[in-house]
Design a protein around this ligand. Structure first.
Ligand SMILES: N[C@@H](CCC(=O)N[C@@H](CS)C(=O)NCC(=O)O)C(=O)O
Length: 218
């Protein structure tokens, strides 16, 4: 059985978890924190969360994991059958990661963990995210993020905007969901799925436990 390493507060972890649930793949969750320890890096070479353990060995990087799951469990499909349509899903998902998630993430330390605000990040992040939002506005069509099929693009979008929207609002007062027409409805549609509700409930419980531990000085 596949083992999913990480923790439920992590948005990347939740992308993989949602894909596993959507595909009805049995899996076991193994609690693990991101770490530069050699023992964890043997599993996830950059020390990041998540990674999965498969019969073949360990695999890290969320997009690689999503595509592996698609290859070994093609149904229910999270990518369209047509090669061009698959590429368009990946185009959106990759853009979301590079130009929205990784940019907004530069503010996470400050917004979520009370760390210092970086002047360089304040200046540099906004224009890249604006470009990312313009790209999404241009590429997204249909009732889901990429067309009329629920795909990897929905999974990546949902767990990208969850934290990125909070961070961008906190730093710039900018509502990046409202900035893309129809995006709020699409995210609500994704969030209403039974699978997503399960992942979100686990995320909220993990977040509450994390905050309680922090307040207790842990
Ligand atoms: N490129 C990685 C990013 C994963 C990532 O950044 N995970 C966060 C937790 S949400 C993490 O491990 N952060 C700790 C670190 O960057 O050292 C992926 O696609 O899986």
């Amino acid at each position: 059985m596949i083992k999913l390493y990480g923790f439920a507060v992590s948005n990347y972890y939740n992308m993989v978890k949602l894909a596993l649930l959507e595909k009805n793949i049995p899996f076991e969750e193994v609690s693990a924190m991101a770490s530069q320890d050699a023992s964890y890096k043997a599993k996830s070479p950059m020390g990041k969360v998540p990674c999965i353990e498969t019969p073949h060995g360990f695999l890290s990087e969320t997009s690689a994991i999503l595509n592996y799951l698609e290859d070994v469990h093609p149904t229910p499909a999270l990518l369209p059958a047509d090669a061009w349509a698959r590429a368009k899903v990946r185009e959106i998902a990759h853009g979301l990661e590079l130009y929205i998630e990784l940019q907004a993430r530069r503010h996470f330390g400050h917004v979520f963990f009370g760390g210092p605000k970086s002047d360089a990040a304040v200046e540099e992040v906004k224009p890249v995210v604006e470009n990312g939002l313009n790209a999404l506005r241009q590429l997204s069509s249909g009732q889901w993020i990429c067309g009329d099929q629920f795909t990897q693009a929905d999974i990546v979008a949902y767990y990208t905007f969850g934290y990125a929207a909070m961070a961008m609002k906190a730093v710039y007062g900018h509502d990046i969901v409202a900035a893309v027409p129809g995006l709020g409805d699409k995210l609500a549609r994704i969030g209403a799925r039974a699978t997503t509700s399960k992942v979100d409930a686990d995320q909220q419980a993990a977040m509450a436990a994390f905050m309680a531990q922090k307040q207790a000085g842990g």
